[in-house]
Design a protein around this ligand. Structure first.
Ligand code: BEZ
Length: 339
């Protein structure tokens, strides 16, 4: 009898112990407490732009938000200015997990995952804010998901200024004036094809080589954004600046897939919300700088002017006709932005 009582007591104690353990786990998971599972992280983020560029400022905002929202548990080290190599190197590092996060140009990303070419549909957006809104659309999210198969989670898009055209010494007033010009265009097929359709030829020079190439006449101009035109002082070597804003220039915010999936739901939410705060900050700040940047270039001697977007209509149609059929996601994206 005594023995049976001891067994019942032991079973009862074991039951109490078990139920107290499982309710503790449930409590912390469902509490919504920002401390989540309490893990700490020291992440690395790499990108190509200098500290003066909006993408670096967005990276700093991301870092600040991560720390604030996680009570200091999630730290971020930022490596700007291609410190960790080219974008090809960085994406490889993200894939292998030696670097956690990257802000990689959609131009380069499209060479790894062609659906990103959709973002280079010319004159697809009224302004920067419209592109920022489109990043939350279903087609934009599906395009991010194409990175999954490379061991990378595409998280979001960040925008800097849109693309403009700078010319060394020809006042280009219509697309046909570009015929025969040699222009530096980022080595991204959709961007280069747009220029080639006007009769220009393209050189895919890396950014650090552009200043001397235009100065020495190796190229007659370039596709650029106003931000980089100022930081790299292209007004010293190019007389004309057509503020066409013909394409947006997104960076793709990405993270190593296993690293991200290894985080608790609560921490994944912190990462996503911190990125959104950084993307909002970048677009709000940059949109307010357009006039200031135009004036700064004009004050430095560049002739700043506009070209009527209507003049590019045949080239826009050519782009859509060529790229839409290459990929159902590109077609879906184009259809959604050209409503
Ligand atoms: C470019 O290659 O044109 C570029 C890259 C990063 C930021 C701005 C411009």
């Amino acid at each position: 009898m005594k023995k049976r009582l001891k067994v019942v007591l032991a079973l009862f104690l074991a039951l109490i112990l078990l139920t107290s353990c499982s309710s503790g786990a449930k409590d912390s998971a469902s509490s919504g407490d920002a401390s989540s599972d309490g893990k700490t992280y020291k992440f690395k983020l790499a990108h190509i732009t200098p500290p003066s560029h909006m993408w670096h400022k967005a990276a700093e905002k991301f870092k600040e938000e991560l720390s604030k929202r996680s009570d200091g548990r999630i730290e971020l080290e930022i490596y700007p200015s291609s410190q960790l190599g080219s974008e090809a190197d960085m994406m490889q590092q993200i894939e292998s997990g030696s670097v956690d996060f990257g802000f990689i140009t959609a131009a380069y990303t499209s060479s790894r995952s062609p659906s990103f070419a959709a973002w280079f549909a010319p004159y697809a957006f009224e302004d920067l804010e419209a592109a920022h809104e489109a990043r939350e659309s279903e087609p934009a999210k599906k395009i991010l998901a194409t990175l999954d198969e490379q061991g990378i989670t595409g998280l979001d898009y960040l925008f800097a200024g849109q693309r403009v055209m700078l010319f060394k010494d020809k006042h280009v007033k219509k697309p046909e004036d570009m015929k025969g010009l040699k222009l530096r265009v980022t080595p991204s097929p959709p961007m280069q094809d747009f220029y080639k359709s006007t009769g220009a030829s393209t050189e895919g020079l890396p950014l650090p080589e552009v200043y001397s190439a235009v100065q020495t006449g190796v190229i007659d101009g370039m596709d650029m954004d106003l931000d980089a035109a100022i930081t790299n002082k292209y007004y010293e070597v190019a007389k004309y600046g057509a503020v066409t804003n013909h394409m947006v220039w997104p960076a793709v915010a990405m993270v190593n897939k296993s690293t991200f999936e290894g985080m608790s739901d609560e921490d994944q939410k912190i990462v996503r919300e911190s990125l959104k705060a950084a993307a909002d900050y970048a677009v709000e700040t940059r949109a307010g700088q357009e006039e200031e940047f135009r004036k700064e270039l004009a004050d430095n001697g560049m002739k700043i002017y506009d070209i009527d977007p209507e003049l590019f209509k045949p080239y826009i149609e050519e782009f859509d006709k060529k790229y839409g059929p290459t990929d159902p996601l590109i077609q879906e994206f184009i259809d959604s932005v050209r409503k």
